[in-house]
Design a protein around this ligand. Sequence first.
Ligand code: T1G
Length: 676
Amino acid sequence: MIETKLHDDVLEIVLANAPVNALGAGVRFALSQAIENAQTDVHVRVIVIRGAGKLFSGGADITEFDQPPTGCTLPAVIDAIEASSKPVVAAIHGMALGGGLEIALGCHYRLATRTAKLGLPEVSLGILPGAGGTQRLPRLVGLEAALDMIVSGSPVSASKALEIGLVNQLIDEQGLAANAIAYARTIDAPRRTRDRRVSSDAGAFERFAAANARKIKDLDAPKACIAAIKASVDLPFDEGQALERELFAELVAGAQSTALRHAFFAERAAGKVLGLAKETPRRPITKIGVIGAGTMGGGISMNFLSAGIGVTIVDMTGEALERGVGLMRANYEASARKGRLSSEQVKEAMDLLTPTLDFDALEDCDLIIEAVYENMAVKKEIFARLDDIAKPGAILASNTSYLSIDEIASVTNRPADVLGLHFFSPANVMKLVEVVRGAKTADDVLATGMSIARTIGKVPVVARVCYGFIGNRMLIPRQDNAYAMLLEGATPEQIDRVHTDFGMPMGPLQMIDLAGVDIGWHRDTDRVESLQDALCAAGRWGQKTKAGFYDYDDKRKPTPSPVVAEIIDDFRNRAGLKRRAISDDEIVARTLYTMVNEGAKILEEDIAQRASDIDVVWLYGYGWPRHKGGPMFWADQIGLATVVQGLERYAARIGEDFSIASLLSRRAVDGGSLEK
Ligand code: T1G
């Protein structure tokens, strides 16, 4: 749990709890004992605390939060460190996060290596720094910096930490322990953070709240963080820390923190493929081929270029290539203008790109990703050609968002080397990749797909083959019911408002406008058999034509369209439907509960490995509000019986072939959860 070593008069304490030196009960106990013993050990004049392995500490042990507290609390251990009669120095490398940084704040001096990152990310778990962080950080760095760090949850670099007074000195990572011990030898007295005063710039709170109002409006934790930081100005240290503990206890028991901690562990669980041995080899990937220089192909390419991996991108015409490469360059330059990239980084990325019309140029690629439009015949033709030119062992992936990987693989002599890598638009931004394993996909190909997705900063989730895999398959009932309710009497803005009020970034109709109303349209303007046909025939293809379900201005701001209302009325009359009032509850049942129902079927059919994987798909692929954990988690929270009752109530309207997933019905009756 911890290791101690005496170097003459310097006691070195090493936090040693792999993999992230989480501060579980064992570590807290051992640390408090070591600090206590050092007080009376005449050989010890000064103490150094550092972390074993790749970091100082990833903070409190999050898995303990749902259990009754055991052993000494972290605040008590940190108070003991600060009360030490002998100076205590924290030597930070890698990361010091949450309770890890709070330990360092309780120390009298703090050192950091140049690449270290220091942060209090508790707010992203729906809690607040609960071991003195809200009281000590403002005392060290001032209100503005403390508000920024604690309410955003974002770590700061070591150089920033030095600049704001969070650390006293930067040290080389090479010889970290020796450097820290040498520094410790120059220290002769403790300096307690609790004894400092916070510079009380009262205007800081108003300015901060005004600047962040929209971001934090639905969230409990940020408001609690601000209240605790305010206490660091208004109250003596101990009273401020008591308020912090009270606020922490409230938050950690709340629905939002439960959901956010679920999301944290769900993302990590998704990376584990059931039945795939950890030591499954990965195929070396040093060169990527991308077929199709459209929006998706360009976005996919950017992920690899930004990770320093060369990409050969192929299209049918020079004009398509030029447009695609131009769009990639424009995206990079936009990031550079926002200061997210340097111009050198833009140049480095673009220099790794090889645009060509020559399909054979893909012959030496290790992974080739097809990103052409959703047409099975075209995809089959491409994969048949790839089978001829790709080198043995190359992985052949399709970015298809609905179609069968098995059918695509069947035209090759190497189905084991074929899988799906379904990126989400915009592919250079959205973190989700559905890694679709075909019936014949080899284990090492699947393992390579998962690991290359992580290499480019994505969150991979495994899916088996079905129409739409996980996320898009759950979209089908949602969109079908949204269209149906428009004809029955709901308006686009009513349906979308229910979703944006719920916390989604946009509603079903706004999403159709963004993706394109014309996706899957037959392109025959004389053939008007559905609402989609009517809109497309009228040239209302969505945001790209500044008109879809909504009218859009130059900034793509949507406004309800009287033209669309007329088209809907006309269609409703022709279908002989009578307009009726539709409640928000009905919209929730027919668009959110039907998604959960589809998710339960996806689980039953083993398309997804676990319910939390489905949550990860929606958190990272569609912007499901993180503080609601994901559709399956949310269904468990509101009660599966409630979901089933809602579906039963509107079953007739949802459609004659509608059925409730037996897993959902069963769990609703037995009070179980969808989590396998
Ligand atoms: N507690 C328990 N387990 C943790 C953990 C933690 N704090 N951090 C990581 N793990 C597990 C993780 O689930 C995974 O397990 C393994 O360690 C490797 O993690 C009182 C209340 C540190 C940047 O929010 O951000 O302190 O899947 O894959 O990519 O005020 O882990 O292998 O079984 O993420 O190298 C605040 C959370 C806690 C930091 C390393 N701290 N952790 O990333 O590894 S609350 C955090 C991370 C707190 C105090 C409050 C990252 C990392 P498994 P990993 P990584």
